[in-house]
Design a protein around this ligand. Structure first.
Ligand SMILES: CC(C)(COP(=O)(O)OP(=O)(O)OC[C@H]1O[C@@H](n2cnc3c(N)ncnc32)[C@H](O)[C@@H]1OP(=O)(O)O)[C@@H](O)C(=O)NCCC(=O)NCCS
Length: 191
């Protein structure tokens, strides 16, 4: 059964300093910027066997996530810690998977405008916890999250896990020739 927080709604709201300080305590730092607060995703927590899946950013073991992405992943090899921090801070939705001692064993994040577009990325389950449905549970918890479930177009890129995502309705691009990509190197060359 899903457990949702009472606080939801992805709106930007003007806050007093007292409100902002309270939000830092309740939600964690990073949401308050200037006179506005970036509201976090509704908190979703569900279980998969003895594992907890949670969208709570405060639970994340960012050092572990950085170690995995920079050292073990094929898509983010060498990504520095500051980039990982920033990517998590600015991702609307994160989902962590945790063992029964609270240790992080999996992760996924979604970047989205909450209306027309979403990008699912940095999905992983540590090797010793793979093959027992945790990756599927993690992806399901993200795409079924009530804040993003109706986003009209959702994308991802994968080298070999197409079968995992196909279970949730992801399909190959019908016309890849319509798509373009602007790499950091291409942008830097134009500066
Ligand atoms: C991909 C990954 C997250 C799947 O996690 P998991 O906990 O093993 O996934 P599940 O146990 O839920 O298995 C989901 C299904 O996807 C399949 N699958 C998992 N990883 C796969 C891969 N790399 N290639 C092809 N199929 C894969 C499984 O065989 C399974 O199929 P089934 O439901 O028909 O049995 C995990 O293997 C992983 O972290 N891999 C390394 C990082 C990675 O490749 N991430 C994805 C980047 S897009």
């Amino acid at each position: 059964m899903d457990c949702w927080s009472a606080w939801h709604g992805p709106t930007r709201t003007a806050l007093t300093a007292v409100d902002a300080a309270l939000i830092d305590v309740l939600v964690g730092p990073g949401f308050y910027t200037g006179k506005t607060v970036r509201m976090p995703a509704s908190l979703l927590e569900r279980t998969h066997g003895s594992y907890l899946l949670s969208s709570d950013k405060k639970r994340l073991d960012v050092a572990l996530i950085h170690d995995y992405l920079s050292g073990d992943s094929y898509w983010a090899a060498g990504r520095d810690r500051a980039t990982v921090d920033r990517s998590i801070e600015h991702s609307y939705l994160v989902m962590g998977a945790y063992d029964d001692k609270g240790g992080q064993v999996g992760f996924a994040r979604m970047v989205t405008d909450l209306a027309t577009w979403a990008w699912l990325c940095d999905v992983f389950v540590l090797a010793e916890h793979q093959g027992i449905g945790l990756g599927s549970a993690l992806v399901g918890a993200v795409v079924e999250h009530r804040d993003v479930v109706d986003v009209s177009r959702q994308f991802l890129a994968t080298a070999d896990a197409h079968g995992l995502y196909a279970k949730f309705g992801f399909e190959p691009l019908t016309d890849p020739s319509r798509w373009m990509n602007r790499s950091g190197a291409a942008a830097a060359a134009l500066r």
